[in-house]
Design a protein around this ligand. Structure first.
Ligand SMILES: Cc1cc2nc3c(=O)[nH]c(=O)nc-3n(C[C@H](O)[C@H](O)[C@H](O)COP(=O)(O)O)c2cc1C
Length: 324
């Protein structure tokens, strides 16, 4: 089974992914959060610079509905050595969709078709797609998938929700099942894998599936892939190893946290910006600790790194990891 790290704007940038790669079980591929500007911003460029992503397989992602813009960014990415580009056809945000980008591309399959035609005709590298299954209703999926089938996608990553779902409700597994039956593409499943059991359920439903992408579940529990590696492994050693070494795990998680904090402090000006990023992370990571609420409230309020650090230290010292 191949494991991918989901692109998550503001969360899984190069600081996070490098720290993850250093302290936890490495991913087969890391997907960079989307690049939305036809002339990359310095933040977007810094995120994909090869110097900032050494030793890991990074796939940059583009968010656009204009072929000229896609091609301009893809060309620049190629100059940095990236031969595979991922296209974002899933972002549900109102401003993105209103411009016909992200999930907005799903509104009209003919427009999607024309866009794919133009980029495949002109780009000489490989293109993969990360998609939702429709805007409003999963009935849209059949026609959308038929469009994808016309192009030689490097792979098709499916988050089986419609735009209207945002991140709520359950993934629509019937739509994923339809793709498994009908698609000739290499498929990757994405959505709500938060435990080894979730992955086991997905692999039971789709025994031939050989690729999954982890997002929120991994941010909440960075040990998740190590626990998942135990699935299908007769002795379930990996899972036991994670559970049997709680103290070491805490130390590892702390070191991981410190690495992220120090690296944000180095590249960001002022406590505020660093703390903004760390607070976003704690929105997910808080789920890994017992009784985390009161610490999370203080973390949210902290305006200085020294105070933030003392709350985090207390949380690690006074509470236990909640890893199932
Ligand atoms: C805060 C946030 C930021 C995200 N940013 C991106 C992004 O830049 N590109 C993208 O394709 N998907 C993005 N996603 C979607 C995730 O990659 C993933 O598809 C989604 O969270 C479902 O997977 P999960 O249930 O494992 O989290 C984002 C999701 C969240 C919650």
């Amino acid at each position: 089974m191949k494991y991918y790290m989901a692109p998550m704007e503001g969360l899984t940038g190069y600081v996070y992914r490098n720290a993850y790669h250093k302290f936890f079980s490495p991913m087969d591929r890391y997907f960079a959060p989307f690049i939305a500007n036809k002339k990359m911003s310095s933040r977007e460029r810094n995120d994909i610079l090869p110097d900032h992503n050494q030793g890991l397989c990074l796939i940059p992602q583009i968010l656009t509905n204009r072929s000229a813009d896609f091609l301009a960014v893809a060309k620049e990415l190629k100059n940095y050595g990236y031969d595979i580009i991922n296209l974002n056809v899933g972002c549900p945000s109102g401003t993105v969709v209103a411009k016909g980008r992200g999930a907005g591309l799903l509104e009209d399959p003919e427009t999607l078709d024309r866009f794919l035609y133009e980029i495949f005709a002109a780009y000489d590298g490989r293109i993969s797609v990360k998609t939702r299954i429709g805007m409003e209703d999963e009935d849209e999926w059949q026609e959308i998938l038929a469009v994808y089938e016309k192009y030689p996608l490097e792979e098709l990553i499916i988050h089986p929700r419609v735009r209207r779902d945002f991140y709520k409700g359950k993934p629509r597994l019937d739509a994923f099942s339809y793709a498994v039956k009908e698609s000739g593409h290499r498929l990757c499943y994405n959505g709500d894998i938060c435990s080894a059991e979730d992955l086991q359920n997905v692999t039971e439903d789709f025994p031939k599936l050989d690729c999954v992408m982890f997002g929120r579940g991994l941010l909440s529990n960075p040990f998740l892939t190590e626990m998942c590696q135990a699935v299908g492994n007769a002795e379930k050693q990996a899972g036991n190893a994670v559970r049997d070494h709680m103290q070491e795990n805490k130390e590892r998680l702390y070191a991981f946290h410190q690495e992220i904090l120090q690296n944000y402090m180095q590249i960001m000006s002022g406590d505020r910006n660093t703390l903004f990023r760390m607070k976003e992370l704690w929105f997910y990571l808080g789920a890994s600790f017992t009784n985390s609420d009161k610490y999370l409230k203080k973390i949210k309020k902290a305006e200085r790194i020294a105070l933030y650090q003392s709350v985090v230290d207390a949380l690690f010292r006074e509470q236990e990891l909640l890893i199932e």
